[in-house]
Design a binder for this molecule. Structure first.
Ligand code: R5P
Length: 288
């Protein structure tokens, strides 16, 4: 397995779960911002590459150099494990002329790999990644059941609330698996940090609400949902997300509106990560 130096804990965990040897891509950053990459001089025919794509721009460029270089060094079949797959939310032209980044980033990666495993890639307007990854087998896993297990343990009897309709798939999966009540809000996004959230018509008075979503970026979606839930009488509001991007003041804003705990999976390395996904990834790699 090949991994990158800024993801060593994730690489160690996945390699241990798979009992697989691994090596790092050595990176050197030139003063002008370009990267020099050095891979092991010979690679196995079947190669797994681990690369999360949060903060995607440098990582994508380095990956698009690493993958063809790996083929030159012996890899014939490359399986990319990208726990976070960037650009999946830009999945339609919301205004005329807007690039559908999901399609183009996915196609770019598909041109270089034979298979892709990822986690909760925000497939909202397409049923499967296969639709945007021609010639590449793909598998989208979900961390929602693992997050649900964590929530059920920490907050018995929690009410799982999805902050928008798209979260129904995650709250339903986690709710079913652990016998937790669930519902979703209605969300309207007016700008990057301008989000309106309307609660579903269910009583939240006295309930321990846990907001569950695939990704938190600015955190504004969760801030609005938490504020509404507390105003509706929720006894507490906690947050559990697969992908903890939490840019800028996102965490501080969540605390400021009264969110108690913030938990995430370790699909993106982050201080809030409490739910490891190495086992989930390893099981998928074994049967891929
Ligand atoms: C999109 O619908 C996603 O599921 C998240 O709800 C969204 O990306 C969160 O973004 P932010 O944290 O910036 O509100």
């Amino acid at each position: 397995m090949l991994a990158f130096d800024d993801e060593q804990p994730a690489a160690q965990a996945l390699a241990a779960a798979l009992a697989m040897p691994w090596a790092l891509v050595q990176r050197h950053r030139f003063p002008d911002g370009e990267s020099k990459l050095r891979l092991p001089p010979t690679l196995p025919a079947d190669l797994l590459v681990l690369r999360g794509l949060d903060q995607p721009h440098d990582k994508l460029v380095e990956l698009l150099i690493t993958l063809p270089a790996a083929r030159e060094l012996g890899a014939r079949r490359i399986l990319l494990v990208a726990p976070y797959l960037a650009y999946m939310r830009q999945d339609m032209a919301f205004t005329p002329g807007e690039a559908v980044s999901q399609r183009h980033i996915a196609a770019l990666l598909a041109a270089h790999v034979d298979g892709l495993i990822t986690v909760d890639p925000h497939l909202h307007r397409i049923a499967s990644l296969d639709e945007v990854m021609p010639g590449c087998r793909s598998l989208a896993l979900s961390a929602a059941p693992l997050l649900g297990a964590w929530v059920a343990q920490q907050v018995p009897g929690a009410f799982l609330l999805g902050p928008d309709e798209e979260a129904l798939q995650w709250v339903a999966a986690a709710g079913r698996a652990h016998g937790l009540d669930h519902a979703v809000c209605h969300k309207q996004r007016l700008g990057d940090r301008d989000v309106r959230v309307a609660l579903p018509p269910v009583p939240l008075q006295g309930r321990a609400v846990v907001l569950l979503d695939d990704v938190a970026s600015t955190g504004r979606t969760l801030v609005e949902a938490a504020t509404a839930a507390l105003a509706a009488g929720a006894a507490s509001v906690d947050v559990a997300v697969t992908h903890a991007l939490f840019v800028g003041d996102a965490l501080a804003q969540l605390r400021a509106v009264g969110v108690r705990h913030v938990w995430s999976s370790d699909a993106v390395p982050h201080a809030t990560a409490v739910v490891p996904i190495a086992g989930l990834l390893a099981d998928a790699v074994r049967v891929f």
